[in-house]
Every structure is written in C-alpha cells, then in structure tokens.
Design a protein. Structure first.
Length: 146
C-alpha cells in the first residue's frame, strides 16, 4: 500500500503531514527548519518508506504561478536531488494549495490557539490540508493540481 507525506514549503519553515495507514486522513506531523530540509526529508521518506511526496503549489486565484510557486518547484528539485543521492524512488506530486495557510490559521484559532503556539503549528496544519486535498482527489478521481 502506498504511503504519503505532504509538504508545505515556506521561506523559513517546512510543514509536514502524513497519511494514516488507510490513506484516508492526513495528520499534521511536524515543522522543520527550511535550511537543510531537502536532505532531512529525503532521509525520512526512505526511513518511513513513503512512496508519494505531495508538495503544495501556491497559485493565485486565477491559477497562475508566482514567486511562491517557484519556491515550491525549486524545493521539489532540491528534494529530488537529495532523494536520488539517497536512492529513494518516491514520486513527487504537486497540489494546488490555494488558501491552505488561511484555513490552517482559522482552524487553529477555532481551537483557541493563539500567538507563538499557533505560528509554530500553522505550517504542519497547512501540510495536512495539502495532503488531505490530494487524498480526496485520489478517492474522487479528480485532478489534484500542478
């Protein structure tokens, strides 16, 4: 059975999420420093036997890619290089991540989490939203993004 990891690429932090064993639900995992993230994530993919890496692709409301999407695509290339070095064969997929960070902030606010605690978790929740969108698209047979 395929194993999935979701990634929300930020300038300073990278949010991670993983799918449950039935690949039905995405669960926030952790937030790591962007510096050195491709190598660290490649090792985790190999150790935990993930077969699909889902990366959020930020596009605007018209579906156009801007600087943030370029950052995600560059991150994917760096991750791919690290994975090749580690002899990791997981596939990399992109998902339209429009509004995931806004949704993450909203969800955390609803739980009463504020300030630094919220800021520390928002990237993992955004990664969860990205991965859940991908898992839902697989179930529904819908295209999942860029």
């Amino acid at each position: 059975m395929a194993r999935f990891i979701g990634i929300d690429v930020g300038t300073r932090k990278i949010g991670l999420a993983v799918a449950d064993e039935d690949s039905s639900f995405a669960v926030p995992s952790d937030v790591i420093d962007a510096l050195g993230a491709p190598t660290a994530i490649s090792k985790r993919i190999l150790e935990e036997d993930f077969s699909v890496v889902v990366i959020g692709l930020p596009v605007d409301q018209k579906g156009k890619e801007g600087p943030a999407a370029k950052r995600s695509r560059t991150f994917a290339l760096l991750l791919e290089r690290a994975m090749l070095k580690d002899e990791c064969t997981a596939a990399i997929e992109f998902v339209d991540e429009r509004l995931t960070t806004i949704i993450a902030h909203h969800l955390l606010s609803e739980t009463g989490m504020k300030g630094k605690k919220q800021k520390d978790q928002v990237d993992a929740i955004a990664a969860q939203q990205i991965l859940q969108a991908y898992l839902d698209s697989l179930r529904n047979g819908a295209p999942h993004g860029g």
